[in-house]
Write a protein that binds this ligand. Structure first.
Ligand code: ADP
Length: 476
């Protein structure tokens, strides 16, 4: 017992009772033991504020503690402290202000805890460094693989398109299978490279106006051979109207390709995969439904986490959906995964919502109302905005009042001199020098004029032109 009626021996920790100046007036046996002091008497009278073995702190320590303890009833601190035998330990101390002005200090030796924390931090750092090194290695290898894979894919594509002449069916089949494998490898390589950029925070989007329905159809096309090999039905609902988004074209292609190839991968032989796109409010909603193996409910919240895979299914990296989610979110969109498909008892629905925006503008220079009327509906269906410039006046005035359009369509029925003048005007304007120009001509055009148009990078087509031939000109 002591003057402040604190039963020190009853306390489970080393306890020191000090006066207001931190001079020890009493302590318990645990405190003597902790300091490896010869006796209790040897501890009494010591300045407790000397105990922390930190010279920087020593001078201001008593003042600091006194000030803190007038503001709050207790103060906790952790510091190195010295024992009588010259060794040190990490002390966790709690100082309590008592009503009589004395201070009760409870001290615990936390050396082991602090050391194991340091060891854990070091191990953690080593692990992080190992992961960084491994990622660095994997992405360097991936980078090396990308170039040859791209040229392989290009060469196979060319051969399949008949650039080397007609190929026997067997050769076409082999090339088709090769193409599938090369594409699969390219997807993995691209996923790894994207992942590295995401982890470094260096993933940047190169945005432009992107036709989403067209890209969805192209991605499905690229997977047709793979789907056919599994006798699957892979369809894309024809979009009533193209929907544009301000997006990174290559990244959006990767999103669609990843989702569709998952659907092909996780749908057994003979299954069906159906993709669709529609406008919903200000967004484009892209959905891919399959009637495949589905995702168990407990795995659903985790499938878009990095490296997560459900069980030991077909080979994969567990990266695809996590990258899809990050890319979609970087575009301000959302990714939703449902299984089974709503209204069905199996399969998976992966839905991507992306903010849509008005499509590119096409200026049609023609005084012919019939031509404008014939062009407007198909171009509008392609998501384009048609701006008729009936006399080419806007252009003649330099077109400075409006934003540069994405394309020009010039009426080939305009007088020759007028047409040439317009083309020169467009090509002479730095903002429009690279803008595609299409001339729709109702007349036959002689060879010299054709050559001149070709020099000016003008696409010349006869008018009227069947809509099916017009579409591809605007879908690129
Ligand atoms: P990977 O396909 O390379 O394993 P993903 O990140 O693309 O990686 O997918 C994560 C997991 O989600 C897959 O391993 C698979 O179990 C599940 N999954 C993704 N898409 C589908 C799908 N359409 N049907 C069933 N399971 C799917």
């Amino acid at each position: 017992m002591n003057g402040s009626c604190v039963p020190l021996e009853a306390l489970s920790e080393a306890a020191f009772l000090t006066d207001g100046d931190f001079r020890v007036v009493d302590c318990n046996a645990r405190a003597v033991e902790l300091l490896r002091a010869p006796s209790r008497e040897a501890v009494i009278g010591r300045d407790a504020s000397d105990m922390p073995n930190d010279h920087d702190l020593a001078a201001e320590f008593p003042t600091y503690l006194r000030e803190r303890l007038t503001a709050v009833p207790f103060v906790s601190l952790e510091n190195h402290a010295a024992r009588d035998d010259g060794t040190t330990f990490v002390a966790e101390a709690v100082l309590h202000r008592l009503s009589d002005g004395n201070v009760l200090i409870m001290v615990r030796d936390v050396t082991a805890r602090v050391e194991s924390l340091h060891r854990a931090e070091e191990a953690n750092e080593r692990l992080r460094a190992a992961i960084r090194d491994r990622m660095e290695f994997v992405s360097n290898v991936s980078h090396e693989l990308r170039t040859p894979l791209t040229s392989m894919s290009y060469a196979i594509g060319n051969m399949l398109r008949g650039i080397c002449g007609p190929l026997p069916q067997k050769a076409q089949d082999y090339l088709g299978r090769l193409q599938v494998d090369v594409k699969r490898l390219m997807t993995t390589v691209n996923d790894i490279l994207d992942l590295r950029q995401m982890e470094n925070g260096t993933l940047t989007l190169r945005k432009s106006l992107v036709p989403l329905a067209h890209l969805l159809a192209e991605s499905a096309d690229a997977l047709l051979i793979q789907a056919q090999a599994k006798r699957q039905t892979l369809t894309v609902a024809p979009a009533p109207k193209e929907i544009y988004a301000e997006a990174d074209r290559h990244k959006v292609e990767r999103v669609f390709f990843n989702i569709l190839s998952n659907a092909v991968k996780y749908t057994p032989e003979g299954g069906t995969i159906h993709a669709s796109i529609r406008a919903e409010g200000k967004d484009a909603l892209i959905q891919v439904d399959d009637n495949g193996i589905g995702i168990p409910p407990e795995a659903l919240p985790r499938v878009s986490q990095r490296y997560f895979r459900v069980g030991d299914q077909v080979a994969g990296t567990g990266l695809g959906l996590s990258i899809v989610r990050e890319i979609v979110e970087l575009h301000g969109g959302t990714l939703t995964i449902q299984s089974p498909v709503p209204g069905d008892d199996r399969g998976t629905r992966v839905a991507v919502r992306l903010p849509a925006c008005p499509g590119p503008e096409v200026v049609v220079v023609s005084g012919d109302e019939a031509l404008i009327a014939a062009l407007t509906p198909p171009l509008t269906d392609l998501g384009l905005r048609v701006r008729p410039d009936r006399e080419g006046l806007d252009l003649a005035k330099g077109g400075q009042t409006s934003a540069p359009p994405a394309r020009f369509i010039l009426d080939g029925a305009l007088p020759d001199c007028c047409l040439s003048e317009l083309i020169c005007q467009i090509r002479g304007d730095a903002r429009l020098a690279q803008t595609p120009i299409l001339v729709l001509s109702p007349f036959a055009i002689d060879a010299s004029r054709r050559a001149e148009y070709a020099r000016m990078r003008v696409d010349l087509r006869p008018w009227p032109l069947p809509i099916e031939e017009l579409r591809p000109l605007f879908q690129a």
